[in-house]
Design a protein around this ligand. Structure first.
Ligand code: CP
Ligand code: NVA
Length: 297
């Protein structure tokens, strides 16, 4: 089995994973079964990572498995060996793979050619594990996903916003995405989503208004470093106290991290909401253990 995108998932799978994550969190250190016992997993990363790498390394071990971390620079993939050949070799040796890369098609191809359990640990198109952690954090903070008004303010066409849009569709959550015009998803994507729950706007105040959950992310994703022209578009999209004055008084702020202070979020707001933001980071561990158990069952 695989967990490659929120797009390919559905409400019942997402809710099942969230319930399993709650159980994983409650029973950490005393799980009744260790589904990865006897297994060795490959973690193959072409991009930097702190949270994803550490949470998968810890999670795989806590479920009884072993792992090897393979940086793109250390394997022949980094010298141009095709993903389909890498997949066919690893598929004969390891029991599962966690992949962080650029082109989403690479994780699809890896699964197709390896036929071993495969998890998307972030591509340019989606960051599905992070969205599950975000959803779990919202459930914990408010007791339920019901009756939340969710805003995503920043780059409306990156992996985080796209995964959030699919989650809003599947779970019937009202989501408003605010981004500069050129950083909103293209019409072809919106047509594919075709969800009445998702509103797109170029006005950050419209998104923040009455919101109970304010989400943001870096303005320049990995691979876009140095794009000063793109970064300049976001000057009105900072999550700061002035913008949040329009939100529901009981709002929480989420940020998948890493955060660039005084860019997408102010130091003041990040520290004020550090409880939810670092709870969100911790929840990566619990949701990913739920995913690992689910796709190996
Ligand atoms: N949020 C997230 O995926 O963090 P890392 O890039 O540190 O893994
Ligand atoms: N959109 C960000 C997420 C980082 C976790 C990126 O791709 O760099």
């Amino acid at each position: 089995m695989k967990f490659l995108s929120i797009e390919e998932s559905n409400a019942s799978e997402l809710n099942l994973l969230l319930d399993a994550a709650v159980e994983m969190k409650a029973t950490r250190g005393s799980h009744s079964s260790l589904p990865l016992t006897g297994q060795t997993w490959a973690i193959i990363f072409s991009k930097a990572s702190t949270r994803t790498r550490v949470s998968f390394e810890v999670g795989i071990r806590e479920l009884g498995g072993q792992l090897m971390f393979l940086s793109i620079n250390d394997i022949q993939l980094g010298r141009g060996e095709p993903i389909k050949d890498t997949a066919r070799v690893l598929g004969r040796m390891v029991h599962g793979a966690v992949i962080r890369t650029f082109d989403h098609q690479d994780v699809v191809d890896f699964y197709d050619y390896s036929q071993i359990p495969t998890i998307n640990a972030l591509t340019d198109a989606e960051h599905p594990c992070q969205i599950l952690a975000d959803l779990l954090t919202i459930r914990e903070k408010f007791g339920s996903l019901e009756n939340q008004k969710i805003a995503f303010i920043g780059d409306g066409d990156n992996n985080m916003s796209r995964s959030w849009i699919w989650a809003a569709k599947h779970l019937n959550l009202p989501l408003t995405v605010a981004a500069p015009e050129s950083c909103l998803p293209p019409q072809s994507f919106i047509d594919r989503v075709a969800s009445p729950n998702v509103t797109l706007t170029t006005d950050p105040i419209e998104a923040a208004k009455d919101a109970t959950v304010i989400n943001t992310d870096v303005w320049l994703s990995m691979g876009q470093e140095g794009q000063a022209e793109k970064e300049a578009l976001f000057k009105n999209f900072q999550v700061n106290s002035s913008l949040l004055s329009h939100s529901n008084p009981n709002h929480i702020v989420l940020h998948c991290l890493p955060a660039y202070r005084e860019k997408e979020i102010t130091e003041e707001i990040l520290e004020l909401h550090s409880d939810s933001i670092f709870q969100q980071a911790e929840n990566r561990l619990h949701v990913q253990k739920a995913i690992l158990a689910h796709i190996t069952s």
